[in-house]
Design a protein around this ligand. Sequence first.
Ligand code: PGA
Length: 252
Amino acid sequence: MSNRRPLIAGNWKMNGLTKDGLALAGEIATRLNKVASPNCDVLVCPPMTLVAAIAQKAEGSKLSVGAQDCHMNETGAHTGDTSPVMIKDAGCEYVILGHSERRTDHKETNEVVKAKASAAIKAGLKAIICIGETEAERDANKTIDVCASQIKGSVPAESTAENTVIAYEPVWAIGTGRTPTTADVQEVHAEVRKALTEVIGAEAAKTRILYGGSVKPTNASEFMPLPDVDGALVGGASLKADDFWGIVDSCI
Ligand code: PGA
């Protein structure tokens, strides 16, 4: 984990209605506030319908709030979309970009992800840029090549350690209960950091690279101490306070 401050981020995906969402975020904020000096940052990324209410609830607490996507423009004729300026205005500090589900469901390319990241950074948000290989790419021994090319294609030149976080999420590990070995995760993270250095130079050494894909309280303590792992992006296990807190606990 080196001297980079870890980030544990919960990606709620398309889950959560008002009552339960507010209760879940409230519970995490309460537990976090009981820790005098947490050794990590903690973030929840609820669905767009809840970000403003949860950001309001989290105000004054140690809990950060983020969105799961944004448009690349500030305003305009884009029915159904949300701009980074609006997300910032709703009280968010972070936005997840280029998640594999968006790359698949919405055909988002590296170019699109990069444009969104630029817009998010310009709006004052921290961009969490997701990358990761599919199972077929892994079987063809292309993991490192795919991740390096996603980094080079998706990370804008203006990214810094302050405004950008990378999340390595092997697509085949998301929601499946399967994970790479710790040796594989460390190797990929180190290679991702090398590729990132080609894009943003010395900032790469300070930039957080999260692991995501079936992170649970039971395996977090294996991944979190790895030298190039600086936290986790958590899907399923972020929907229950005890599970999410179990992962936070491995860093705090
Ligand atoms: P998972 O999802 O933890 O449910 O595997 C991770 C993610 O998609 O961010």
